[in-house]
Design a protein around this ligand. Structure first.
Ligand SMILES: *Cc1c(COP(=O)(O)O)cnc(C)c1O
Length: 412
């Protein structure tokens, strides 16, 4: 197997990167690898070098690149019909929303495309529920969010971000949000008033660096929201669908939120598919014409989404995340003290804090790339390992060995 080795960019790869850089708005800073093909947990660049994918497109590729069942579902649907809009019914949407509702133990779905759209939809439905069911005075609804949150990039969503890079020069912002310390149930309860319609929470904060709240936190959020007649909205767009060793991270702490926000892996790494899933006493408050999306619930997305749910219903991916996650965590914990300061993990999802005096997270990711491992830094000195759930034990050992070698190299 050919690994990247001490990679320098070939002329072919450099030319492709320049063509991209010349015309793409500079909102990302990608690693200098140009992927051409991928299979399972591995990607291959334009020069034939192979890399273990330890990001999995931020968990959108939970089932691996080119999963045969998902590709087959997409291929079959491409030959039938791909887009009808919701002006007409299509024969894939019913089975999709039925199985997604069953997976979540709820009875109603709003199908959308990107994660940010699911979040926006959740916000709209919570506000409508607040006015129409809870009886909040017109225009007064507030939603409680968490410090350090990441819910997407639209203007309403960044309105409640505390990340200056995400917000500077993008105002004015949408009002109606209050942010409290993540993991602090007393702070949350203190922020609730009679106009609070929802609490929006990531069960684990992914972009913040795999921040896992105390075990009692989400159960406390559930109890507080129920007592105050406030909706609990769990953004499981990154934490859900197998990543943490359960269908939803909320399952791991015995909590059932009112609304699940899903995305990323729901599209099987093939098409954007997102959804709000809840019960009809909440989602049913929306009427004809009040919400929509041209592509939401399209037959291609529904066919792929149904195939994703069939994979999750086997339980196989959730168990892989548990078993393999334990192995990854043990391997990474062995590096604490040798350049790693701390490891936080849940299933096959690990945040690794690198000793900042040694290197930045970005530098570590660049060195890992040269050794055939693709990972992504988040914030200055944290890197994240979130390989596809089809990764093997040997692949994980390889990733940990390469990280150990990079840290040894940096320690000199
Ligand atoms: C990625 C992500 C989103 C936004 O999803 P997009 O598809 O990029 O719009 C929202 N919430 C969480 C927790 C995420 O990780």
């Amino acid at each position: 197997m050919l690994h990247a080795g001490a990679a320098s960019l070939t002329a072919a790869a450099a030319a492709l990167i320049s063509r991209e850089d010349a015309h793409i708005a500079p909102t990302y800073h990608p690693l200098e690898v140009v992927v051409a093909t991928a299979e399972g947990a591995w990607v291959t660049d334009v020069d034939g070098r192979r890399y273990l994918d330890c990001l999995a497109a931020y968990s959108a590729v939970n089932f691996g690149h080119g999963h045969p069942a998902l590709i087959a579902a997409a291929h079959a649907q491409l030959d039938r019909v791909t887009l009808t809009s919701r002006a007409f019914h299509n024969d894939r949407l019913g089975p999709f929303v039925e199985s997604l509702a069953r997976l979540a133990g709820k009875d109603m779905v709003i199908p959308m495309n990107t994660g940010a759209e699911a979040v926006e939809s959740g916000i709209k439905v919570a506000r409508a529920w607040g006015y129409r069911v809870k009886g909040v005075a017109a225009g007064r609804a507030n939603i409680i969010v968490m410090d350090g949150n990441f819910h997407g990039r639209t203007t309403t969503i960044i309105s409640f971000s505390d990340d200056a890079t995400a917000t500077t020069d993008f105002g004015p912002f949408t009002p109606g949000f209050r942010s409290v310390a993540y993991g602090d149930a007393a702070a949350l309860e203190a922020a609730i008033d009679e106009n609070t319609v929802a609490v929006l929470v990531e069960p684990i904060q992914g972009e913040a660096g795999i921040i896992i709240p105390p075990a009692a936190y989400l159960p406390a959020v559930r109890e507080i929201t129920r007592r105050h007649n406030v909706l609990m909205i769990a953004d499981e767009i990154q934490s859900g669908l197998g990543r943490t060793g359960a269908t939803f991270q909320c399952d791991n702490v015995g909590v059932v939120p009112d609304l699940y926000l899903l995305g990323k892996a729901l599209g099987g790494g093939i098409v954007p598919v997102s959804a709000v899933v809840g019960n009809s006493d909440i989602l049913g408050v929306l009427g004809w014409g009040e919400h929509g999306s041209t592509f939401g619930g399209n037959p291609l997305a529904a066919a792929v989404g149904s195939a994703v749910i069939a994979l999750l219903e086997t339980g196989e991916y959730q168990s892989r995340a548990v078993t393999l996650g334990a192995r990854l965590t043990a391997g990474l914990e062995g590096l604490v003290g040798s350049g790693v300061v701390a490891v936080r993990s849940a299933g096959l999802w690990a945040g690794i804090d690198i000793d900042p005096s040694l290197a930045s997270g970005r530098e570590v990711c660049e060195l890992l790339m040269e050794r055939g491992v693709l990972a992504k830094d988040t914030h200055d000195s944290t890197i994240r390992f979130a390989p596809p759930l089809v990764v093997t034990a040997e692949d994980l050992d390889f990733a940990v060995e390469q990280l150990a070698a990079v840290l040894a190299q940096l320690r000199g």
